[in-house]
Design a protein around this ligand. Sequence first.
Ligand code: MRU
Length: 342
Amino acid sequence: MIETILWTDEGVVMIDQTRLPNEEIYVTCRNYHEVADAIRTMIIRGAPAIGVAAAMGVAIGVAQAAAADLDGQVAAISKELAGTRPTAVNLFWAIDRMNRLYSEIRHLALEEIRTRLIDEAKLVRVEDIEINMSLGRHGAALVPDGKTVLTHCNAGALATAGYGTALGVIRAAIESGKKIDVFADETRPFLQGARLTVWELQHDGIEVTLIMDNMAGHFLRSGRIGCVVVGADRIAANGDVANKIGTYSVAVLAKENNVPFYVAAPISTLDLTLAHGDLIPIEERGASEVTQVFGVQVAPKNTSVRNPAFDVTPNRYVTAIITERGVARGPYEESLRALAGK
Ligand code: MRU
């Protein structure tokens, strides 16, 4: 099994996703500043994995905090972690969960508070794996047997504490006896598809073929792709989905070619406070990710660049949203609230 993130006595240990697939290196974050840096620099990435890292960041911050003004320190730790990446709502969900627990136990002895927060962060990790396995079981039934599944970015074990969301659906479909293979979009500019999805599927012996992002239309038109399954960073109350840049184009091409487009995400990725996807903050990353490919300049130095890391797919392109509590279909305003119990 691929270990994405672990709590250890030395600190928060993560596989360095900026170095895969060429090097399998684990880094240890020894304080909350290092956890925040790891999220910002994408040593760890993917919405659920970011959530687990943030929970562990709060825990390690409090484990090392002085006794005086603990409330102020928890607020400072939470603020720094919350400032790392804006789009994946799991980051804020995890920080809120840790803060809610802290406010319930803040009257206890410092050692007790530390132990309880560490236990909670470990629980967020374990629950995430269980959620993904249950989400996978719900999604497996939707995947057509004997066909290819197209996915975009990496919504796998590496993007979560384990098993994955979109790749969890694929794993569960294969475990249920279906014969499927995967087409992975390269996912420019950070190459999560080429570097991470291909690596982790090969690791598990799942047949995978790498395609460039601009080839998706060609293959969706060919009749070979049985469905598209992607993850999500934030889902608005109406079912609009923010996910890795390029997801929207794939969704439109899927609808044009009558290929079902499924989104696999835990309930913690729902943001029912936002009525629609235009309200989701979209992270814009540095120009060098676009003008360079791993340090090699591929565009003139003074090129004007836009680099939104995510896009929003309107709900009309989403065939269904697969969660650990079941499958939601439109109208999503009702089905998502029913699954969330709100
Ligand atoms: O920028 P990233 O690599 O953090 O973006 C990741 C994605 O867009 C994933 O598809 C999403 O977080 C779902 S991961 C289960």
